[in-house]
Write a protein that binds this ligand. Structure first.
Ligand SMILES: [Zn+2]
Ligand SMILES: [Zn+2]
Length: 224
């Protein structure tokens, strides 16, 4: 299993490659060419990408979805709750749940009206039961992990790597150290999703903002 980080603007996406390749998240708008270059560098042909899993419908995770879908011909999967956001080019923002989250949320809400994301068809609208990735050649599955947003999904590999989108954040300007996201729709659901991920064997966390970190950090955050 190869895990290839691909930075697409303000979003750390990940290419997973075993039997086939699956992309987790689709970056900020206008990053189609950057993605094509990253594929080339990784020695992966566009048609080898079998699925695009979008962790959630926020603008920085779906911005280049249309370009990447067109380039690869891969189907796009996301939770049915948030598919209409991408299909209608909406850019919702969750509320801040820390002091800094409220400040940053305020700043973002001023700039978001100027952000344009290309609308894109969602091929696979996922329910709360998630999706096995075995048919795409990846030993792992997509789990419904709400909290940051109602339709947030995480990709959990059988080997314990968890690609969690914004269910955790790590890195400036969001957080100085890894932990819970500073913006979230539902804090109780967020904590429940972390209990689920840890119980299902997550041991290394790959957030969409910032560097990977050990799952123990989240175990401690839940206890605190
Ligand atoms: Zn988000
Ligand atoms: Zn994000």
């Amino acid at each position: 299993m190869r895990i290839i980080p691909v930075t697409l603007g303000f979003d750390q996406c990940y290419l997973l490659q075993a039997g086939g390749a699956v992309l987790v998240d689709a970056g900020t708008p206008g990053k189609g060419r950057a993605f094509a270059k990253a594929l080339d560098r990784a020695g992966i042909a566009p048609r080898d990408v079998k699925l695009i899993v979008v962790t959630h419908g926020h603008w920085d995770h779906v911005g280049s979805a249309r370009d990447i879908r067109k380039l690869t011909g891969a189907g796009l999967a996301m939770h049915e709750r948030e598919a209409p956001w991408l299909e209608n080019a909406l850019t919702p923002l969750p509320p801040g749940v820390t002091a800094w989250g409220r400040i940053l949320g305020g700043i973002l809400s001023l700039s978001l009206p100027f952000v344009r994301i290309p609308a894109c068809r969602v091929d696979l609208k996922l329910g709360n039961e998630g999706l096995s990735l075995a048919v795409y050649g990846i030993p792992g599955r997509v789990l419904h992990t709400p909290g940051h947003s109602p339709g947030s999904m995480s990709v959990l590999l059988d080997s314990g790597e968890a690609f969690v989108g914004d269910l955790a954040m790590n890195g400036f300007p969001l957080r100085l150290a890894p932990g819970f996201p500073i913006l979230a729709e539902d804090v109780a659901a967020l904590r429940e999703s972390w209990r689920l991920l840890l119980a299902q064997g997550a041991r290394m966390i790959y957030p969409a903002h910032g560097k990977p970190f050990e799952a123990d950090v989240m175990r401690k955050a839940l206890a605190g």
